[in-house]
Design a protein around this ligand. Sequence first.
Ligand code: FRU
Length: 484
Amino acid sequence: MDERKMMIPVRKDDPFRPVYHASVPSGWGNDPNGLCFFRGAFHMFYQYNPYDTVWGPMHWGHMASTDLIHWEDLPVALFPDMPFDRGAGCFSGSALVFDGRLYVIYTGVGEDGSQQQCMACSSDGITFVKYDEPVIGSDMLPEGAPRDDFRDPKLFFRDGAFRCLVGTRIGEKGNIALYRSEDLKSFSLTGMLFPEDGCGIPMEGICECPDIHAFSGEDLLIFSPQRTYSSGDRFQNPQSTVYMSGKLDLCTGRFCASRWDEIDSGSDFYAAQAADLPDGRCVMFAWKEMWGRTMPTSARGWAGSYILPRELTVEGGRLIQSPAGEAAESFERMADFSDIPIPEGVSVSPEGVRGNVMRLRVSLAPGECSACGIRLLVSGKDHVAVYYDVRKKILFSERGSMGTLIEGNDEDTCVRRSPAGLKNGVLELDIFLDRGSMEIFINGGERTLTMNVYPRDSSSDGIEFFSVGGDASIRSLEMYLPRG
Ligand code: FRU
């Protein structure tokens, strides 16, 4: 098949094409799949419809990188060309490097809608040969799991055997199944991670995209619950991605969670997946979009982008996310300031601080004010506002005044909230602005907030600090631009 024929045209002068975030070359992309390091390069596969800018027959798109930031597009890795994946296609899955080869496991969706776990193998990391039959077929479903809601296998090796998590539901309760294999050919069901009443997250549907990583004796389980019910500051999107820290029992399959939370409080974050890299780091990517939204980039021939690589650590059961070293190194510090007053009601724009592709590290001291923050991507009345409500201890991000709006079927597509405390009277924000998006690491990555923000055009680059109900100050401010 000639891939160039499948490519839909994209605009060259695209003000929404990210500069330092991964994005699909053209067509549609959702979940990152099969993240791994193989033969000297990082590989990211992704759910790909090359024919249109909406979801459609799923292929595995493929990109590779040596620094996790600059990605090279590679030929499509998996096409929906087998009897068991010729329906909706090759759904999400994972990768495992074993014996010098790259194995991928994915969900094949047949014409009858059945979802079965299938494998393919590559020795060069580019061309994949599929197995003739699914390895976990519909005949191996856990009791009560539907054959059309059984997907997103995560393959890993632990305690002398291959293990595989598969997202599903039992009745209406989201759950995850654990399988075991000695040889990557025959698998057997070990058990379910959660009891019959499900994973404990307020949701309907299945636990999509399960993933698991070990951190000195503790397990970090990641999954994406469908149709979550909003509660307080959690679950502001129709679907979410959560982590649970705890322990997976390999004999029974049961996961005993000691703590859980949403991974990101923003509007555009889903289907996270991490990779254990040879240097010992656990690095996560996620789809930097959300189901059920308009995607302003589709008019430009593409739809689908990914977060910056985030290094994960677990401290006392709590997930901490930091921009991977490669992301930090791809920026150069251009300016730094300290102790700038933000008088109540005055817009403060430090000299030379403006831009729409940059990193801003800010320590904000609210002092006696009731709220203070930053307007970014300012042009006339257009902007995105990021501000801290001191009494509520919440960081708000509001994109309702952006030049290009995103619509969706959420209660509110514009405002997102993240709980945040002050440390020694200061709130620390590490903000990555790229064309079309903003990722905020709050207080050293204790929380993150990811939001797509599309200005009217590239002239929206003003930055203003403000405070309400009293004076605030900027304790320190550093501005970085991409190198080169
Ligand atoms: C999550 C998801 C997965 C599925 C894939 C299909 O976003 O729904 O469960 O494998 O997308 O593209």
